[in-house]
Design a protein around this ligand. Structure first.
Ligand SMILES: [Zn+2]
Length: 218
């Protein structure tokens, strides 16, 4: 594996802890490279970005925008199919969600799934709920990070020096709560007269193989 920049433990814990309320946004990404790809620079298929502080001149600021700049700069091969997974400490704001959706509409050879640690609920940048629905309509899969994703990020993006991931108090409860909130946001048009679907507690996020991270890559 190529040497690449890893996040220090404190940065990860401060920013991805789903009980915290940090100001920054961190985005970790993984691109599954299809056979024959020569566009993604070696070692750049995994990495992380942070939003740029507002006082630093020049757009773009948000981590998602910086990621879109990065992936666009690779000029990915339209004949191949790329699967991108992002783990974001805050879900995209309305503006970023719209930009991500536009990227997906224009790049049908790229699929995107997003796991967010927390839901960004400030309306300063527009209707975040509509933004998330637009992003989902553009084909993105959106979910809340659970312990499996936190541990995966720890192992993949953090300079952990061999130490195992240590879940914090309330990780699972907060993740379940946020997952319910997200489901509510993404399915707002369900008739209120219908009873909620029952899912066993051990499977809080219904869906196909979406949650399996240990896919066939490699
Ligand atoms: Zn944003």
């Amino acid at each position: 594996m190529e040497a690449r920049c890893l996040m220090d433990e404190d940065t990860f814990t401060e920013n991805f802890n789903n009980v915290n309320w940090p100001r920054k946004t961190y985005l970790c990404y993984e691109v599954e490279l299809p056979d024959g790809d020569s566009r993604v620079p070696p070692g750049w298929d995994k990495g992380f970005l942070c939003n740029k502080p507002v006082h630093v001149a020049g757009p773009p600021h948000d981590a998602e925008m910086r990621f879109l700049d990065l992936i666009s700069s690779w000029n990915l091969d339209q004949k191949l199919r790329y699967r991108v997974t992002c783990f974001i400490s805050w879900s995209p704001c309305a503006v970023c969600a719209q930009r991500l959706a536009e990227f997906l509409w224009e790049n049908s050879h790229v699929s995107l799934r997003i796991f967010a640690s927390r839901i960004y609920t400030k309306r300063k940048y527009g209707d975040y709920e509509a933004g998330l629905r637009t992003l989902q309509a553009a084909g993105a899969q959106i979910a809340i990070m659970a312990s499996e994703e936190f541990e995966h990020c720890w192992k993949t993006f953090v300079d952990h020096q061999g130490r195992p991931f240590q879940p914090w108090d309330e990780l699972d409860a907060k993740s379940r709560y946020l997952s319910e909130q997200l489901q509510h946001i993404l399915q707002p048009t369900a008739p209120p007269s219908l009873p909620p679907l029952y899912f066993p507690p051990s499977h809080p996020v219904p869906g196909p193989s979406f949650r399996s991270l240990r896919g066939s890559s490699g």
